[in-house]
Design a protein around this ligand. Sequence first.
Ligand code: KG4
Ligand code: ZN
Length: 379
Amino acid sequence: GGTGLILGIESSCDETAAAVVRRGGEALSNVVASQMELHANYGGVVPELASREHLRNIVVIVREAMARAGVSFAELDAVAVTEGPGLAGALLVGITYAKALAYGVGKPLIGVNHLEGHIHAVLMEARARAEEAMEMPLLALVVSGGHTHLYLAKQVDASWRYQNVGKTVDDAAGEAFDKVAKLLGLGYPGGPWIDGLAGLGNPKAVEFKFGQIKTRAEKGGRSFEELARFDFSFSGIKTAVLRYVETQGMREAISVRREALAGVAKPTVADAAGLCDGRTLDLIASFQGAVVGNLLRQAFGAAEAFGARGIVVSGGVAANGELRRRFLAEGERRGLPVAFPSLALSTDNAAMIAAAAWPRFLAVEFADEGMGALPQMRL
Ligand code: KG4
Ligand code: ZN
């Protein structure tokens, strides 16, 4: 050992990914095979198809990651793989492959929580930029198609500790983007479409409200940690958009748009914009503005309540332009540093899995041969 090289493998959802990362900071390779186009035909991820695609891709993707890094299996310090949360069948492909590989080449195996991976996507780039270490504790917002979580994170010796201080009680934020985009006759996944179109509308045109989420505070929690919750709910806004569409009689125009876009080989945001009237663009802008505003309020509220020294935002929705602008502006206003991963590391990838495994490697936290998929794994 002693090369500091970890091979990361990720297959929890619809991306088969492998990467070689040195000492948790420097990505020598980062290969991602996206199944997006496959699932786009169905308007969402089909678990059975995802598993089959992972199985078809994994050997090639790992070889590609090793070749691009110019590294042999013998030079690795460890093999790391996503244990959960995610789709059981999809996770199993990566885990089974990683186990066999680690056993075959005689290297330790490390299981990584996908959510911890998303957080480390930001930390690894901060490390690679050789910036001053971010001060602890950090408030981490993980916001993707499957998750909307807030954690208070801090490093104790080599190990990271996470305390959940908020989560969605129903839909994830990315799920809301996906469902609203589908509802409006736009493509899948919905985030990039809404992101691209929102700038063309008036975000103040339609008012969407987010109520207070009643959680443990009302149920008599005792400690401050139990009382201060920053939970989310995104199913209400999806319903509100649906109601708006119906009361405003927008159905017809939506069907026309859906059919027209289906007829374009590779539709772009410009194609979609040409098929949206002003009212639709206003609705899209208002929806995005409300979701981003809610994420911002909860994240900064939690940061203040728990005395966080910085905020890191990651997961697919962290690619959103308005979210980045508003979080950075608010951070500046409050003197609180805010960090995002590069766009490539915002969505699912394996570099973040290898990076999250590095502190575990240093702490000798290895998985045993009994390791299995943990679809509901918590952080
Ligand atoms: O992290 P990710 O690739 O996969 C999951 O673990 O879910 O996140 C995918 C999610 C999708 O819901 C997608 O619509 C959303 O991230 N997304 C965006 C943007 N790009 C991707 N949401 C808002 N704005 C974007 N630019
Ligand atoms: Zn993810």
